[in-house]
Design a binder for this molecule. Sequence first.
Ligand code: CA
Ligand code: CA
Length: 142
Amino acid sequence: MAHRHFKAYEQIGLAFGIGLMTLAPLGSCASARAADIQPILQVQGALEEGDNVLDEDKSLYDVHNFQGRAGQSVTISVDSTDFDTYVLIADDNGKVLEENDDLSEDNSNSRLTLTLPRDGTYHIIVNGYESKDRGRYNLTVN
Ligand SMILES: [Ca+2]
Ligand SMILES: [Ca+2]
């Protein structure tokens, strides 16, 4: 159902442009060797009241950042037993590069793989498919 979300991406981009100055810098920057053996990013989060809300469909979202390198291949996985996940990755300008709703027809978790276009900060948007979606999720970037 990518079409429903399409307009929302523009809004996410705008939100990044405005909110970027308030985003905390990443505390750690793993060495290339460490990145080979441990995830780039591993987060246990939750969609809950008070999180960001997409204007278009009122679904909640969290944003998680990581530092990437040009040509680096990353796989982003979001799993939840509480809700139907949706994931997007945007560059530092807020441009959405890739998105995924369900990793298969019978699995509503989200996964995407892409090759990063340049060195810089990337933003992962963990989103609920529906406005009512709440609950815990696991985000892993490899
Ligand atoms: Ca949250
Ligand atoms: Ca999904």
